[in-house]
Design a protein around this ligand. Structure first.
Ligand code: GDP
Length: 295
């Protein structure tokens, strides 16, 4: 992941390390390289502009210029800035509620990895001592319901579904079933489409109002780059979600989505998915991601 970005940044730092002094000129060149690297990784233009300016100002600070190893200090500055850009601290899932079950609603475009994520999360929560149930409200594609059931069997978590195309009814009855079964977490898989459309959004909104989820998570394919960011913005404008799940970070994603989403929608990235297997899910740690980007 992010190989090309890592390589270009490393090149910029190598040039600086070879300089006897750090000054406006070589910092200017390094910033140009960093800017190019980030834009090449499909990071949002406004995000890049602000980031590079912040890095430049900090790099020209007295402490850096006079330090024994200015180039190393600049790497540290870039690392800190990237961490901040991706949200700083890890933000855990919030499952606290007075009325069990806690509801985790999952939304996103079709193919983003929603259904897979639901099952991975269910597995993870079960391992952590919870008693989750999944509800298949992706009602328009029978294959999606079947897929969730199959994954449910694989991870040993029950799946509630109905043989009808009424997502609200499925959600409502799913909630009752979860209460009857004393489940403490309900994971709601919802319908996505290939593109944003009003019907999908209206349904997701109605489900949100009905289920009042503790967590409404937006799942997005990191390989979509800037399009991932635009989609996140459209979903957030309408649904005001609580957190982001970035998927397919095992692929040759360039980094743009991971680096831009947080700034653009001001919501934390909570999880990252790194493969198709049920254990390929990690919490998202901005500092670890910055380290990986810097190689
Ligand atoms: P949905 O339509 O949003 O529910 O998407 P699915 O969960 O069905 O996922 C679409 C495809 O992407 C499936 O083939 C998944 O196995 C695959 N997929 C999901 N997450 C990941 C991931 O993190 N990495 C990779 N490589 N594939 C993934």
């Amino acid at each position: 992941m992010f190989e090309s970005l890592s390589d270009t940044l490393e090149g910029a730092f190598r040039k600086l390390a070879g300089q006897a002094t750090i000054n406006e000129i070589n910092i200017g060149i390094a910033m140009r390289d960093i800017k190019r690297a980030l834009l090449g990784a499909d990071v949002n233009y406004k995000v890049v502009k602000k980031l590079v300016e912040d890095i430049r100002l900090k790099s020209l600070g007295e402490d850096v210029v006079k330090s024994v190893s200015p180039a190393q200090m600049i790497v540290k500055i870039v690392s800190d800035e990237l961490t901040e850009l991706m949200g700083g601290e890890q933000k855990p899932l919030n499952l606290s509620t007075k009325n069990l079950p806690a509801v985790v609603m999952v939304a996103g475009l079709q193919g983003s990895g929603k259904t897979t994520f639901c099952a991975k999360l269910a597995k993870r929560l079960k391992k952590g001592g919870k008693n989750p149930m999944m509800v298949a409200a992706d009602v328009y594609r029978p294959a999606a319901v079947e897929q969730l059931k199959t994954l449910g069997l694989e991870v040993g978590v029950p799946v509630f579904s109905l043989d009808e195309q009424d997502a609200m009814k499925v959600a409502r009855e799913g909630l009752e079933a979860a209460r009857r079964g004393a489940h403490d977490v309900l994971i709601l898989d919802t319908a996505g489409r290939l593109q944003i459309d009003d019907r999908m959004m209206a349904e997701a909104e109605a489900l949100k109002n009905l289920m009042k989820p503790e967590e409404l998570l937006f799942v997005v394919d990191s390989m979509m780059g800037q399009e991932a960011v635009n989609t996140a913005k459209a979903f957030n404008d309408r649904l005001d979600f609580d957190g982001v799940v970035l998927t397919k970070l095992d692929g040759d994603s360039r980094g743009g989505a991971a680096l831009s989403i947080r700034q653009v929608v001001e919501k934390p990235i909570k999880f990252m998915s790194v493969g198709e297997k049920m254990d390929d899910l990690d919490q998202f740690y901005p500092d670890r991601m910055a380290q990986r980007i810097l190689g």
